[in-house]
Design a protein around this ligand. Structure first.
Ligand SMILES: *Cc1c(COP(=O)(O)O)cnc(C)c1O
Length: 346
């Protein structure tokens, strides 16, 4: 399978826009930069940021044991996902496959890019229906989105099923690993070589605690990364975000400590939620949130709002009737949630 055959014709022939900072990279501190019409007075941010974010990539590359040539950074994974659409999907012609209930952005991005969406619902225990997916696919199916651990259900997909579609789906398989750092399952990162049609997205928004800086990470073959690079806005990750990302990534102990605390809190929440009489089901979670089924989701949602607690009502999603999605908070926040839930009238 040559994935480059899946690229849109107009994109195949594109050369990346060469920004001033691209053209001259061997910067030494005594160089005089008069090439980008910047204000010359140094305030720490008067220069354009590195369009290739080399420092951040170097750090990720060491942490994940992946070459920097297999990495692309975006303004959140939402931008990365949009770049993937624009590289592979011809508007008003191609389609993508998604597996509801899942992350809402895949369909939003498909609609923005005028791409049809084929929906293949997950099984009742939220696993992909591999054979149905492969049967639903046609020659215009360019992307298949697998969100694992899945939002809003919280579970990871069976590795065996994922591997079947990786081998048999004739387009790109995007595995969204936004929650991978909370998961007991291994990332698919070390399978990039084996599957040329695999793209993995991760983010600093969840486990890394940096939702505010908007930094998404894409891992793929060098060839796919080169194509995405050729269409990305030149300065898509700003200087402040790059600096904050470096700071956070160099403090990985703290990140790991927070992940451990969140996982411990999830176990405590799980135990406490079992004692709430109107909670009918708590689904297994491999992420930093829990999906629960209650007697009446809309009513319980409103009651919680009244007590100052905001959760996510997912009851309009397929297979999620009367379901609420609850993020794991700090110990204090979770205690407050439990206290409020236990006091709500039956
Ligand atoms: C939160 C989330 C993201 C993160 O998106 P960013 O744009 O990086 O903040 C991506 N995918 C899923 C499934 C998510 O739940």
């Amino acid at each position: 399978m040559n994935v480059l055959n899946l690229i849109r014709e107009n994109i195949k022939s594109m050369q990346p826009y060469a920004s001033a900072r691209d053209e001259f990279t061997e910067s030494t501190s005594d160089m005089v930069f008069l090439d980008a019409n910047e204000n010359p007075f140094n305030n720490g941010l008067n220069r354009y940021p590195d369009p290739q974010q080399q420092e951040v990539k170097k750090m990720l590359s060491e942490m994940k044991a992946v070459s920097t040539e297999n990495i692309l950074l975006g303004n959140g994974s939402d931008e990365v996902l949009d770049l993937i659409f624009r590289a592979f999907c011809e508007p008003n012609k191609d389609n993508i496959i998604i597996l509801p209930p899942t992350y809402g952005m895949y369909k939003v991005l498909a609609d923005i890019n005028a791409i049809d969406v084929i929906e293949v619902q997950l099984t009742s225990d939220f696993q992909p229906k591999t054979q149905t997916i492969l049967l639903a696919a046609n020659e215009k199916s360019k992307l298949l989105f697998l969100c694992s651990p899945n939002n809003p259900t919280g579970n990871s997909f069976s590795r065996v099923q994922v591997e079947i579609v990786l081998r048999q789906f004739k387009g790109i398989v995007v595995i969204d690993e936004a929650y991978i750092d909370f998961s007991v399952q291994e990332s698919w990162l070390n399978c990039l070589e084996e599957f040329p049609n695999l793209i993995i997205t991760q983010t600093l928004s969840k486990a890394y605690g940096m939702a505010g800086i908007r930094l998404g990470v894409c891992y793929a073959s060098k060839e796919v990364i080169a194509v995405l690079n050729s269409i990305k806005p030149p300065y898509n990750v700003n200087e402040l975000s790059q600096l904050k990302a470096l700071e956070r990534l160099s403090n990985i102990k703290e990140v790991q400590n927070e992940i451990e605390q969140i996982k411990n809190q999830k176990e405590i929440l799980l135990k406490e939620l079992k004692e709430v009489v109107f909670i009918e089901q708590i689904y297994p979670s491999d992420a930093n949130f829990l999906l629960i089924k209650v007697d009446n989701a809309t009513e319980r949602y409103e009651q919680l709002i009244e007590k100052g607690i905001v959760v996510r009502n997912r009851s309009n999603q397929p297979l999620c009737e009367n379901c609420l999605r609850i993020s794991v908070g700090t110990a204090e926040e979770n205690t407050q949630l439990i206290k409020v839930l236990k006091r709500l009238n039956k």
